[in-house]
Design a protein around this ligand. Sequence first.
Ligand code: HEC
Length: 106
Amino acid sequence: MKYGILSIAVASLLVFSGVSLAAEMPAAAKSKCLTCHALDRKVVGPSFMDISKKYKGDPDAVAKLVANITKGGTFGWKITSMPPRGMGANDAQIKAMAEYIAGLAK
Ligand code: HEC
């Protein structure tokens, strides 16, 4: 009985951690992007959720996001321009961020 309860607890823990991992922001965001961006509100740049909505349904979303994050500049948000690579993200970090952002709005 004791073990039965324990295995239910372990199983639900695994389910919950799986869910939170899927929604976890890539580590790159924390050091490079969160100065100017947040998931759900505008900081200096637009929220990642708003960016995701802009590209919702676009099959080339990830490629476009990679290109835009890499070159920086303005993308029609009329805020100010974004520094190339969000000030120092490498290609792998940019790819991870593009996939993360594209996957937000479903
Ligand atoms: C110094 C501030 C700053 C940093 C750091 C920064 N951004 Fe931005 N970002 C901006 C601004 C400002 C805009 C909006 C530009 C405009 O007005 O069009 C923007 C726009 C974007 C967009 C929208 C592109 C589009 O096609 O609409 C994406 C995606 C993005 N940023 C991702 C990132 C990622 C990922 C990082 C970290 C690697 C990052 N940004 C770091 C300021 C920043």
